[in-house]
Design a protein around this ligand. Structure first.
Ligand SMILES: [Zn+2]
Length: 236
């Protein structure tokens, strides 16, 4: 999911942010040329070995395939999560699902650092302290299931896999998601507002559903025209 107009102006990119993004991306490439070991020191700072992944653009079959559940919570999964997070940030997104980086597994990351997802982000957590599920201001949901949802509202959304298209759809304002963290520990979180929309958007991805599937019939017709022109296909 990308940033949406419901976000405060502070979230919008300024030329400075763009400059920083470019600088960050070139630094990441530079870092990768330096070494392929797991972690290393550059200019006195320790970095883990992360890579920016290519975001899959619709239409692509991986975006339409239901994902496989994750059963192994190992370093490979952690690396995927870290790389997905970096790729999401570099693309100015606030959520990213594994099929969007061509991995058909039930894994998604959501940025919870922005003002748009201000408190209460996580209203209740069963089992474990919420802090244990948020790494560096990210929420990681593995094998997620939405178990409760309340109150339909309009939500304007975009998707990194359908660049430059935004539209308003209907979403639940409050959802409870049951998932596992990167170590396989089960947790349950109730999200509201912007975070709830992001959770629904990302969980949809894991079932091969794109946000444009929720458009009204009239809007779908308009989207098909847009899609033909911009993505070279009237079906995504
Ligand atoms: Zn998306």
């Amino acid at each position: 999911m990308d940033t949406t107009p419901v976000a405060p102006h502070s979230l919008q990119q300024t030329p400075d942010d763009e400059h920083l993004d470019r600088a960050f991306q070139s630094f990441v490439s530079y870092r990768f040329r330096l070494s392929d070991i797991d972690s290393h020191t550059v200019f006195g700072l320790i970095y883990t070995d992360m890579a920016l992944l290519d975001i899959v653009i619709a239409p692509h079959p991986v975006l339409r395939s239901p994902c496989q559940p994750v059963s192994t919570f190992d370093s490979q999964l952690h690396k995927l999560l870290d790389n997905m997070y970096e790729s999401m940030v570099a693309s100015n997104g606030i959520g990213l699902a594994a099929p969007q980086v061509a991995v058909s597994q039930m894994v998604a990351v959501i940025d919870v650092s922005s003002d748009a997802v201000e408190q209460p982000k996580i209203m209740s957590l069963a089992d474990i302290d919420p802090a244990q599920h948020i790494y560096d201001k990210r929420l990681e949901i593995i094998n997620p299931k939405i178990t409760q949802s309340k109150e339909r509202v309009s939500s304007e959304e975009g998707c990194l896999s359908i660049p430059d298209y935004r539209d308003t759809i209907s979403r639940f304002f409050t959802v409870t998601v049951e998932a596992q963290d990167r170590y396989g520990r089960p947790f349950s979180a109730t999200a509201v507002d912007y975070l709830a929309f992001a959770v629904q958007h990302e969980v949809d991805h894991l079932h091969g559903i794109l946000f444009v599937d929720h458009l009204s019939r009239l809007k779908k017709t308009l989207f098909k025209r847009w899609s033909m022109k911009n993505l070279g296909s009237d079906t995504v």
